[in-house]
Write a protein that binds this ligand. Structure first.
Ligand code: UD1
Length: 416
């Protein structure tokens, strides 16, 4: 089993480049199923999750070719409406093929994705939205069978601004008859990127990035090329890593606006950053003050940066309170950080982090993607050599992480 072997204590210097956003490209690949003509996606990160999504749409009949960071997708014919269980069970996000497949073929079968390490993760709001558009949903031996004799635009109020539900409904509504309004929609930058892509293919979507999205259905989409937005979570993870280790690094290919909630909290802790071209230059000495973090939907503090931020604060001066409001079980990294000496107590949905002088290397395991990023950060600041197992989770969302970090001076080696 592969592991990362990381020796802490190196200060980082140079430039690190952020890849295209995993959470933007996944629904965009799914949305390509709406179009019978060729699609080109640039800045598509080469990640485990992206590979799984490519395999899902290939199994449905699309062709997918990768050349560097460019994906060429052609969903000329969709000859299968069932997303294979072994792929869907590997990646929950494949549920976003449901909306476009339903819109294009009028019928989709997909295994119920079930829970995962960070909570039970139901999909009731996805289904409620599709039903409002006229779909009939049945459960059949662990599979969701969703069909429609013709989707019709509707006014849909989401009980909660779920990212995946907003995406599934947007993609189904993009090809429905008439107009759909999604109220209390998710406002994440990845939603805006999906809307941009749908519009580039000939869709009519307005209001993405606000709480009300207005979609006028169209009958056909046309060929286009699209450049995926930079990954704000990868960028945020690198900013936190450099702040924690100390050094001077330009994190490039960043949309600073997408990182406002993180930047505000890092500045409150005492980190110095300046925008430079399409990047952010960060310089630091690794010594900061504790702050409180409450995760929220965008533009609040992103839940995906909660774990790396907690690792960053383990050595801060004072006590920080972390409150996780988005997922029910997202403190899996805490026990691993404690193995490295961190002083953290969990109380319900909050974690209290008391800053300590230093972390010590220990064998640890990444339990999910962002917990993995937190452990990399902790290991890079710890005394000694840390072995991180479970790194397939990290490969799901951080492209060539060891290469990128080695290039700026980190001591990180992948061992098979
Ligand atoms: C997406 C991101 C993930 C990020 C999350 C929140 C992708 C591939 N993943 O996940 O990295 O952490 O947004 O920013 O883009 N919920 C329900 N019923 C539903 C849908 C969601 O109860 O029908 C709950 C979930 O269990 C969770 C919360 O709502 O507690 C937020 O989920 P959601 O916004 O849907 O996140 P995802 O789209 O799964």
């Amino acid at each position: 089993m592969s592991k990362f072997s990381i020796t802490g204590g190196k200060s980082l210097e140079g430039t690190i480049t952020v890849s295209g956003a995993k959470n933007a490209v996944l629904p965009i690949i799914a949305a390509s199923l709406l179009c019978a003509e060729p699609i080109q996606l640039d800045d598509a990160p080469d990640l485990l999750d992206v590979n799984v999504m490519n395999q899902v749409i290939s199994a449905l009949g699309a062709t997918v070719e990768r050349n560097g960071s460019t994906l060429k997708i052609h969903a000329h014919e969709i000859d299968c409406i069932e997303a294979p269980y072994d792929l869907v069970s590997q990646m929950r996000a494949s549920i976003v093929t449901m909306g476009p497949l339903l819109a294009r073929k009028g019928h989709v079968r997909i295994s119920h994705p079930g829970g995962c390490a960070i909570g039970s993760r139901p999909i009731n709001w996805h289904l409620k939205g599709l039903e409002a558009l006229g779909a009939e949903v049945k459960m059949d031996h662990g599979f969701l069978d969703v069909s429609s004799k013709g989707l019709r635009g509707a006014r849909i109020y989401l009980d909660y601004p779920s990212v995946g539900a907003t995406e599934n409904i947007m993609m189904a509504a993009a090809m429905a008859h008439g107009t759909t309004l999604i109220e209390n929609a998710a406002q994440e930058p990845e939603i805006v990127d999906l809307a941009t892509f749908l519009n580039e293919m000939g869709g009519k979507v307005r209001g993405a990035g606000t709480s009300i999205i207005h979609i006028e259905g169209v009958r056909e989409f046309h060929s286009t090329s699209h450049t995926v937005i930079p990954d704000r979570i990868e960028a945020g993870s690198y900013l936190l890593i450099v702040a924690a280790t100390g050094g001077d690094v330009l994190v490039q290919n960043v949309i600073a606006d997408h990182l406002k909630p993180l930047i505000a909290k890092m500045e409150e802790a005492g980190v110095r950053m300046i925008e430079e071209g399409d990047g952010i230059r960060i310089s630091g000495d690794g010594v900061y003050n504790a702050v409180d973090i409450k995760t929220q939907v965008h533009p609040g503090f992103p839940t995906d940066l909660q774990a790396p931020f907690m690792a960053f604060l383990t050595r801060a001066n004072g006590t920080g309170l972390f409150t996780e409001t988005v997922f029910e079980n997202r403190f899996m990294h805490v026990d691993e950080l404690k193995r490295m000496g961190a002083d953290i107590k969990i109380e319900g949905r909050s974690a209290i982090v008391q800053g300590i002088q230093r972390l010590n290397a220990a064998p640890v395991t990444a339990t999910d993607l962002r917990a993995g990023a937190a452990l990399i950060l902790a290991a890079l600041t710890a005394e000694g050599t840390t072995a991180i197992r479970g790194i397939h989770h990290i490969d799901r969302g951080y492209e060539k992480v060891e290469e990128k970090l080695s290039r700026i001076g980190a001591d990180i080696v992948r061992e098979d």
